[in-house]
Design a protein around this ligand. Structure first.
Ligand code: ADP
Ligand code: MG
Length: 311
């Protein structure tokens, strides 16, 4: 991790009796894509709003390049760009008009804005569509425009709330590539998501949040490896009625039955053990399918909370 550009230390935020953020500490390094991963209601948007200064905290410290968003709002706003969860763009206006509208409201130097708008629209591959009204844009294009808008004043740090919520598969990949390009140009991202796939593909490091509390913080690879087990999924006919006795002595850490006929087994070092599983199953069952997989971030969340990320 490079120089720390954003830090939270013991941050607390309440809404009435609800503790939306509980004692949260983290550091984001320059040039990182840092993720906030958690289910709906985990507190991700609240954390973003505490960093931008849109919300006041009830305890702890927040620093953005050394500035406190509560008392040094002007310095902080100059350094951050925010892409909110809902892309609130004007559908009847073109991309060009939307950016000009934003520039007129927020940019000090309007003479420079024209060149900057062109540069950003080209960077986001929207230049050819610059005069089309936004209601003709795909979800992914609207998100790219919102990102361009957040970049107008050339901030160091971009807070991106749910980058690809409601964006189709192809649009997601395009958006991720744009974000990685910006990262290679030195931008830092803080990204919220409830999608483990997005978190794995996009983030250099991430914190998993549940009910406002950090559960784990590391690189996606390290988080997955930290479970120290693999997952074997078996589909059999008939179904395995009594897995405990069938797999007795096989170092099974956990067994679940996601659907009738299917078993999900957590075990250490699955490659070495899979032969033994198969030979025991095959004595009285036909094996319809078998899959070995490394844990996903969903498994990490499940392990810590007993729930799936999307429930
Ligand atoms: N302005 C608010 N007033 C009351 N409760 C809120 C407010 N904003 C968020 N909350 C609550 O705080 C919790 C965290 O919300 P939020 O940060 O939006 O979660 P996420 O972005 O992870 O879905 C939720 O329980 C939500 O209902
Ligand atoms: Mg949110």
């Amino acid at each position: 991790m490079g120089e720390v550009v954003v830090s939270l230390d013991g941050v607390v935020r309440r809404f009435g009796k609800l503790v939306a953020v509980q004692d949260l500490s983290l550091e984001v390094g320059a040039g990182e894509i840092f993720g906030l991963l958690g289910p709906n209601g985990a507190g991700k948007t609240t954390v973003i709003n505490l960093i931008t200064g849109l919300l006041r905290r009830d305890g702890g410290q927040v620093r953005v390049l050394g500035f406190d968003p509560q008392t040094q709002a002007r310095q902080v706003r100059r350094q951050i760009g925010l892409v909110p969860q809902d892309t609130n763009v004007y559908g009847d206006l073109s991309a060009m008009d939307n950016l000009w509208h934003h520039a007129a409201l927020y940019c000090d130097d309007l003479d420079a804005a024209g060149g900057r708008i062109e540069e950003l629209l080209r960077l986001m591959a929207l230049w050819d569509r610059r005069n089309d009204p936004l209601r003709t844009y795909s979800g992914g294009m609207k998100r790219r425009l919102a990102l361009a808008r957040a970049l107008l004043h050339d901030p160091h740090i971009i807070l991106f709330d749910e980058p690809t919520l409601g964006v189709d598969v192809q649009g997601r990949h395009v958006l991720w590539e744009h974000m990685k390009t910006l990262k290679s140009r030195g931008k830092t991202f803080i990204v919220s998501t409830n999608d483990m796939n997005e978190a794995s593909v996009l983030c250099d490091r991430l914190v998993i949040i549940d009910h406002g509390k950090a559960i784990a913080l590391d690189t996606p690879e390290a988080l997955r490896a930290s479970l120290g087990r693999d997952i074997i999924t078996l589909h059999t006919a008939p179904e395995i009625a009594d897995p405990e006795s069938l797999f007795d002595g096989l170092d099974v850490q956990e067994v679940a039955r996601p659907e009738p006929g299917w078993l999900r087994i957590e075990t250490k070092n699955a490659e070495a053990r899979v032969g033994e599983f198969v030979s025991r199953v095959s004595t009285q069952h036909r094996l319809e399918s078998l899959r070995i997989a490394r844990p996903t971030l969903d498994d990490v969340f499940l392990h810590h909370t007993g729930r799936a990320l999307r429930e």
